[in-house]
Design a protein around this ligand. Sequence first.
Ligand code: BGC
Length: 243
Amino acid sequence: MNTLGIDIGGSAVKGAPVDISTGRLLAERFRIETPVQLTPRAMARTVAEIASHFQWRGPIGIGFPGVVQGVTLCTAANLHSGFVSCDAAKLFRETTGCRVGIVNDADAAGLAEMRFGAGRKAKGTVLLLTLGTGVGSALFCNGVLWPNSELGHLPYKGRSFEKYVAASARKRKALTWAEWSVRLNSYLKVLETVLWPELIIIGGGVSAKHEKFFPFLKTRAKIVPALMGNTAGIVGAALNVAG
Ligand code: BGC
């Protein structure tokens, strides 16, 4: 079965049809920049633009950067606050006319990496972190997802850790890779102390530059870059709706 996967991010919405048996994109990704914060209605129209770009009529899987329970959006840390308490299936069905499934964006990336990427065949506790506008996390035990782990929101100095370690924080503060890695190491240490992952996968756009900061990282667990690059969120969202 083919499914349209859509990844809603802090600065862009991306989508492509996915062959969920191979994890391959069936067409080039279509990306719409969102330089201003979109309201839920405006976001639903943007998602519909992606669906109509592919003349899509089938199921759509969406990855959303917030807590998702069933079809209800519960948080939206880096997006418009109007998303909180929204029925996402209804919101996006109204503009696309398609059946929609929704999942946390980092969980989506994790599902894809576990099936087709860096977590393939991994047993035990696996932790995937996406470092981008925010920090997303996906936690797996023997391949089973613990949804909405939200480890970017562990408190640090009165705020969320994500404000300190996201890739956006590195850019905002003009940190060198070494300086940013000091922050990342303190975060990873906290995570390792309480979760004892056997494998840590680093995803998000910055994973493409892993050779710049991996040499500075000190973890007990094996740590590897994600393998699916910027397709993981799209592929995982598609996998989620396919069931
Ligand atoms: C959100 C998470 C999301 C992450 C990455 C965080 O601010 O709370 O749900 O996975 O950003 O987008």
